[in-house]
Design a protein around this ligand. Structure first.
Ligand SMILES: [Zn+2]
Length: 407
């Protein structure tokens, strides 16, 4: 017994927190570096799926779960032989790449470390994992949220008019997973009323308007609490939750109704990380630790309060705030109003990194707003006629008008 305890002391997976730290510190060697948001499309991801399955010596199974409206394959990778079935799907919104990339990193890690790390073998004995990266390849191809025919798949769980939503529904019906992971990217939000950035938001969606908590939802809450506990080691101030109002057409809500305890994981943002590498790493650590703890049942030890006390996503954050600019407004061509203001800018999701295009979102006192990046306006002036709300302009053009030089 003492010897067993001694051995246990060397096991990196002896607690959820130690496993998460182990994964956090070793992540970079498993990251598939050739994949990023810039090439997270059907061709690249399918090639990576085939490559990792081929190198897995039978550990991973591949099947085509079906096809998108435009005929792109929707790929399903499975592993393990246990009776806890866990289904993970990503990118039902075509421009939400982070979790797809993290799932590929997870598959790579499992293949490369399964013969070295005992907890992986134990997990495969206890659970069967089903990975469905990129549920909306047609949207991914267009770098847009919606499907090819412009339907939001996450409002199609009830009507099931899109083939991709039908596929996910049928898969849930066929596999009957006890647990599900619904993986998305979110907008820029602050945590609650703080200026901290929401890096990861977790939700166990409601399954009725009363927001009741039957066991199927409580299990999802416990998984979310477990992820909160392990990720709080790295981002104690940057975890949030969503409003849990019931959305009868959304997949998370319906998955719970269909009996699958489902956690929504929303990938947020981090300063200086437009490619979201850090958020991808947090996905890798949080999801993989959760899979292991669902498999061996230890997720049940997570305190529900950890989840219930998460602050909600608060107010919007700007990508850039230019602080202390003098805004000039001409009055009938005879006199001029001039005052110091802040300018809040957002960077639309699908623009190329170079040149950076921004949208002017707000002008005025933005001192209560957080931002990923601050540019000091140095009291340089700009005419109000040059700033139109909601209009896209090149950042360099705006900075030139202000005679500001950026990096
Ligand atoms: Zn989404």
């Amino acid at each position: 017994m003492a010897f067993a305890r001694l051995l246990k002391g060397k096991d990196p997976a002896r607690t959820p927190n130690t496993l998460a730290r182990h994964l956090f510190s070793s992540y970079e060697q498993y990251r598939l570096d050739h994949l990023g948001p810039h090439n997270c499309n059907h061709t690249e991801i399918t090639a990576a799926v085939h490559s990792v399955v081929a190198s897995s010596r039978g550990l991973l199974d591949f099947q085509e779960a079906g096809k998108s409206l435009e005929g792109r394959s929707i790929n399903l990778i499975s592993c393990g032989k246990g009776n806890k079935r866990i289904l993970l799907w990503s990118q039902m919104h075509g421009d939400e790449y982070t979790a797809t990339l993290a799932l590929m990193d997870i598959l790579n890690m499992l293949v490369r470390r399964s013969s070295e790390e005992k907890w992986i073998h134990e997990m495969f004995d206890e659970a069967t994992l089903y990975f469905l990266p990129m549920l909306n390849p047609d949207g991914a191809e267009r770098r847009q949220r919606r499907t090819a025919q412009n339907i939001d798949m996450n409002r199609d769980a009830r009507a099931l008019i899109t083939p991709e939503a039908q596929l996910l529904r049928n898969l849930q019906h066929r596999l009957k997973p006890q647990f599900g992971f619904n993986l998305h990217d979110q907008e820029l939000w602050a945590v609650g009323d703080t200026k901290e950035i929401s890096a990861i938001a977790l939700l166990a969606p409601a399954l009725d308007h009363k927001r009741s908590s039957p066991m199927v939802r409580v299990r999802a809450m416990r998984v979310a609490a477990l992820i909160t506990r392990v990720l709080a080691q790295f981002i104690p101030k940057n975890l949030a939750t969503y409003d849990d109002a019931f959305e009868p057409r959304a997949f998370g809500d319906n998955m719970q109704l269909w009996g699958t305890s489902t956690v929504l994981v929303e990938s947020g943002h981090w300063p200086g990380d437009r490619a979201k590498k850090f958020i991808r790493k947090l996905n890798f650590v949080g999801i993989l630790t959760a899979l292991r703890c669902i498999a061996n049942g230890s997720y049940q030890d997570a305190e529900l309060d950890l989840y219930k006390e998460l602050p909600q996503n608060g107010k919007a954050i700007y990508d850039i705030i230019i602080r202390d600019v003098v805004l000039k407004h001409s009055l009938n061509g005879t006199s001029e109003w001039a005052q110091s203001v802040d300018i809040g800018l957002s960077i639309p999701v699908n623009t190329n990194p170079d040149p950076v295009v921004v949208t002017v979102k707000d002008i005025g006192d933005l001192s209560t707003y957080a931002t990923l990046e601050t540019i000091n306006g140095n009291k340089r002036s700009i005419a109000s006629s040059l700033l139109t709300l909601e209009q896209e302009i090149p950042l360099s053009g705006l900075l030139n008008a202000l005679q500001l030089y950026h990096r």
